[in-house]
Design a protein around this ligand. Structure first.
Ligand code: HEM
Length: 395
């Protein structure tokens, strides 16, 4: 107890515990989708710990990287394969959790005032996580690692004026080579995880300050927080430990029995700079964006602009969706648009792995247009709902 007092005097530790845990009230009218944030924190911890163990044997050298992963870690080091499976499956599951977490936020309007900063810090986390996954994918130095990095870095060439120089700067060479591997390594193991940890802390703090949204999008005044909510610690977390246990069972089932979905077979072939694989595609979680890149097949430049826009457009949701009705639960028109968007995202993900020719190319174009139509329809839907409300509808 003395130690806590000592810390409290110097770091106001009790105040911090109150703000972050014991006096943070989670609304009662939420569903299981509000568990995903905590699962993402758990997944981040698992990825960092498994990553540190992999780092003990990984060699960031173009001549050694492939064997250090596929031979040393997978075969020679005791239980090394478990850490590799945990890390690879973990990355895939992280994106699944993130997409559900983001879709929950979109549906229930969790990005609307006063939660804009919760949304924006969350979006920064999504971009950081994407960069972490992209840089990490090169490290095993397999065929798909190599060609995915080569393809994506080539896209920067299209940037006017600075493009060609920028690509060489990113790669550290004219093509993806040893210097590319070492700089991606530095980003993947030091810089990006550090940023992820810092921004996660800000994200969690922001949620505490404005409070969690709820199924009805109903604002809860400060004085009613106790009545309409339960304390995060220990009440909410006791339920959350159960959710974690169920999640970990599912996660380790995948790690031990179905890890193949997170490891492309072509990546078990060492990188060959002279042999391009017949189809180059990213991991499943980037396929929808990749399909938007290919979707505008008649113009490479348009495809590139669409690709960049597709990655960032959701960040602007607080300004696109200005409807006074917060939760999608009370917005029939929005619900139609939302579910079309979700199916379209899945559709684009499926198309992303198919060759972009004939009918598939046209379907990719249609899917990409629907993707953007969702975001651009939001100001119109908001206006209709505002009018309905002014004419006496209920909020
Ligand atoms: C490393 C990544 C992330 C972590 C660790 C994380 C963690 C959390 C946690 C623990 C919560 C509170 C519990 C909950 O509401 O589920 C939360 C809420 C929230 N997060 Fe995230 N999150 C991450 C990424 C994102 C992303 C990518 C977005 C969206 C772009 C986002 C948007 C939100 C929003 C809007 C809330 C408030 C939800 C509400 O009040 O209804 N987060 N996050």
């Amino acid at each position: 107890m003395r130690f806590i007092d000592w810390l409290d005097e110097r770091l106001a530790i009790r105040q911090l515990i109150k703000v972050m845990m014991t006096e943070y009230y989670v609304p009662k009218n939420i569903n299981f989708l509000w568990s995903f944030g905590v699962l993402i924190v758990l997944m981040l911890v698992i990825l960092i710990i498994s990553g540190v163990f992999l780092l003990m044997y990984y060699k960031p050298d173009a001549n050694l990287a492939f064997d250090s992963v596929n031979k040393t870690i997978m075969m020679d080091v005791a239980y090394g394969w478990i850490f590799r499976h945990v890390h690879a499956v973990g990355a895939s599951i992280m994106f699944l959790l993130l997409y559900v977490h983001m879709a929950r936020g979109i549906y229930y309007g969790s990005f609307k005032p006063p939660r804009e900063l919760v949304w924006l810090t969350g979006y920064v986390l999504f971009v950081l996580m994407s960069a972490t996954a992209f840089t990490g994918y090169l490290l095993p130095w397999g065929q798909m690692s190599y060609w995915a990095a080569q393809t994506i870095t080539t896209l920067f060439e299209k940037i006017p004026f600075i493009g060609p120089d920028l690509v060489i700067w990113i790669r550290g060479h004219f093509i993806v080579e040893d210097p590319t591997l070492t700089r991606f390594f530095a980003l993947h193991v030091v810089f990006l995880p550090l940023l992820l940890i810092i921004v996660t802390a800000v994200h969690l703090y922001a949620v505490r300050i404005v409070g969690s949204n709820n199924e009805d999008g109903e604002p809860i005044p400060k004085e009613e927080k106790k009545k309409k909510g339960i304390p995060f610690w220990p009440v909410f977390m006791s339920k959350e430990f159960f959710v974690m246990a169920v999640f970990l069972t599912f996660f380790f089932f995948l790690v031990f029995f179905h890890y193949e979905f997170a490891m492309d077979p072509i990546n078990f072939i060492p990188a060959d700079k002279l042999q391009t694989p017949p189809h180059i595609y990213p991991e499943w979680y980037f396929l929808a964006y990749y399909e938007v890149l290919r979707g505008f097949f008649f113009s490479q430049n348009l495809g590139l602009i669409a690709f960049v826009l597709s990655m960032f457009i959701a960040m602007f949701l607080p300004w696109l969706d200005r409807s006074p009705i917060v939760s999608g639960k009370h917005r029939p028109l929005f619900q139609i648009a939302f579910w079309i968007f979700v199916f379209d995202f899945v559709f684009l993900t499926i198309l992303g792995k198919l060759p972009p020719t004939g009918l598939y190319a046209w379907l990719g174009l249609i899917g990409s247009i629907i993707f953007f139509a969702f975001f651009f329809s939001l100001p119109i839907i908001s206006r209709i709902e505002r009018k309905q409300l002014e004419n006496g509808g209920k909020k």
